[in-house]
Design a protein around this ligand. Structure first.
Ligand SMILES: Nc1ncnc2c1ncn2[C@@H]1O[C@H](COP(=O)(O)OP(=O)(O)OP(=O)(O)O)[C@@H](O)[C@H]1O
Length: 580
């Protein structure tokens, strides 16, 4: 109808123009409307996604905030700790000896193959074989530079995956001091392993969801785990590490499908509790600890082997190095015993400590048992000039690890003490650290906790031989009495020292030079399989059970004919543990 289309007084042309403008507005409004409809749909998607997220967050609500905090601290340590020599990868690589370089190159070739595979498309991956994780045992006598090699491999992994923001390589060891030595944390701390209680190994427990998420986030980029001083890891703890890694990386492959390097010397100290790492975990143990699984020997089923043979620690004292080799293999002949007996001193140990200290470097006193260390530390503390707040003491961080990136095992000197804090100058940290009391909660078994509040320090004029494994020392006073209770213990203590002149023995009982024939057999098995170019070791018949007792000669000229000093008093408490 023309009247409806053309208003009064309007020409047809004017009406037409007006309709075009109206029409355009309608089209625009329609478009806007459609957009709004789309937005509404999107908003619904966003709201649904948020709701799902909230559900997930509720799912992992903090079931044990204290444990989560503890795990966060541990993960921070993993990130922060570095021995900090400041060397580049190229510098480290150039310092490796031929033996170390061979193993370094083997690891590098493997990692490059892994990267090549990771960079393949899904389709290409389907057509090629995946690169199996490297599970290798790097062995070598004490001082062949295993820890030195670890530093180079750590730097290598970091540089190969330098674009990743989280940890790509973590290092751990069974004791704090050994871990500190290689810029790592303890295996218990890293993997939150069950803690032994009352001499009993605890059963495996799964990490609650929130804590699990913290660990998983921090370790999501992990390419390699290095476990140093593996001789002290028990086969049960190895199983727990494997299980923890399976849980963390949601994989049922060995060690969650990650590369693992085991480093150490199985002729050094065995685990304080439990069976050696190469032992089978029996079906009954697994049933008792885990409620399932049949007997496993993860070690035999997984590890390949290589060995370092060039001694770097005792390289300036070849005779000492050869003597140590005999002690290590359980063939301490009369010449060895005669040489060692010349290192026995008769002066009171506190006096000897001062004499050696005046010569330049204070010795570290190595005792087989915790109580012996405690007694000696007490004596040394009582002998300090009084009153004083500045004492010459070496201290160990005990069990915490979240302060200034320190871990259990760091050695330092106390500079000042107040009621609330202790100032300590740690050996590898430039500025003195203020140490405050810490409160810790330990899960000893599922839902059973122990609380401790204390300064995380203990005196360390003396440390147990277990704690010193991994160290290199200029001087040590060593107790090789009948208190030496384990195979490899005497060898570990003696081989810490760079030269024979740095060895000072409180006494020498030839029975203390024990070795484990099972460890020798395991080295022979591995050598035969992976290093047939190396000879098989002979198995000593007595494995350290020599009957002859030795009254050592004395290195103090004025006391040439005196008898050996009796070993320091030892509390014979049945509950005392060889190492804390
Ligand atoms: N290639 C090298 N060049 C120079 N020094 C080295 C080299 N390798 C190792 N060292 C030095 O030799 C000493 C012993 O090395 P390291 O502690 O790594 O031996 P280890 O095999 O781990 O000993 P242990 O089994 O007793 O723990 C250290 O002081 C280390 O710095």
């Amino acid at each position: 109808n023309e009247d409806e289309l053309v208003h009064d007084g309007e020409t047809v042309q004017e009406a037409f123009d007006r309709h075009i403008v109206d029409h355009k507005r309608c089209v625009e409004a329609n478009e806007k409307f459609r957009k709004l409809l789309k937005c509404r749909e999107k908003l619904k998607d966003i709201q649904d996604a948020r709701a799902a997220n909230r559900e997930e967050e509720n799912d992992v609500e903090d079931d044990d905030p204290q444990l989560t905090g503890q795990i966060k601290d541990a993960m921070n340590d993993v990130r922060d700790i570095d021995t900090g020599s400041g060397l580049t990868l190229q510098e480290r690589e150039s310092m490796l000896n031929v033996d170390q370089k061979r193993i370094f190159d083997h690891v590098k070739a493997h990692l490059l193959r892994q990267i090549e595979y990771e960079n393949k498309s899904k389709q290409e991956k389907g057509q090629s074989e995946s690169v199996k994780p490297l599970h290798m045992f790097i062995s070598g006598v004490g001082g062949t530079g295993k820890s030195f090699l670890i530093e180079a491999i750590k730097a290598l992994v970091k540089s190969l995956w330098s674009t990743l923001t989280k940890q790509t390589c973590v290092v751990c060891a069974p004791t704090g001091l050994a871990a500190y030595n290689v810029g790592g944390v303890t295996a218990h701390r890293l993997f939150q392993l069950p803690i032994e209680h009352d001499g009993q190994c605890a059963s495996y427990w799964s990490i609650p969801k929130a804590s699990h998420k913290v660990m998983k986030t921090e370790l999501q980029d992990l390419k390699m785990v290095i476990i140093d001083e593996v001789s002290m890891v028990s086969s049960l703890n190895l199983t727990y590490i494997h299980m923890r890694m399976n849980d963390l990386f949601e994989s049922d492959k060995w060690f969650g499908g990650k590369n693992v390097l085991f480093v150490g010397d199985i002729l050094q100290l065995p685990p304080v509790r439990g069976q050696p790492v190469f032992d089978k975990v029996t079906a009954s143990t697994l049933k008792y600890r885990l409620g399932s699984m049949s007997a496993v020997n993860i070690w035999r089923d997984t590890v390949t082997y290589d060995e370092l043979t060039i001694n770097e620690r005792q390289k300036t004292d070849q005779k000492f190095s050869e003597m140590l080799d005999k002690v290590r293999r359980g063939f301490s002949d009369d010449e060895t015993l005669a040489t060692l007996s010349e290192r026995v001193f008769s002066t009171p140990i506190e006096k000897k400590f001062k004499i050696v200290q005046q010569g330049g470097n204070a010795p570290v006193c190595l005792f087989p048992k915790v109580d012996m260390c405690k007694d000696f530390n007490k004596t040394m503390l009582a002998n300090l000039p009084s009153p004083t707040i500045k004492i010459r003491a070496t201290n160990l961080i005990d069990g915490t690890g979240s302060i200034h990136g320190l871990v259990n095992g760091a050695l330092g000197t106390v500079q000042a003490i107040s009621e609330t804090r202790i100032t300590v100058k740690f050996d590898r940290i430039t500025d003195p650290c203020e140490i405050e009391k810490v409160k810790r909660k330990f899960m000893v078994m599922k839902n059973v906790f122990v609380y401790r509040s204390q300064f995380p320090l203990i005196l360390a004029f003396a440390v147990t031989i277990h704690k010193c494994q991994g160290l290199s020392l200029d001087n040590a006073t060593i107790d090789l009495s009948e208190n030496v209770f384990s195979a490899g213990m005497a060898y570990v203590a003696l081989s810490r020292v760079r030269t024979l002149s740095g060895v000072h023995l409180t006494c020498l009982n030839p029975k203390s030079l024990m070795v484990s024939s099972r460890s020798i057999k395991e080295i022979n098995r591995l050598r035969q399989l992976y290093r047939p170019d190396l000879p098989q070791y002979a198995i000593p018949t007595d494995c350290g059970s020599r009957k002859r007792t030795l009254t050592g000669t004395i290195d103090e000229p004025q006391a040439k004919n005196q008898k050996n000093m009796p070993p320091p008093k030892v509390a014979r408490d049945k509950r005392s543990r060889p190492s804390d």
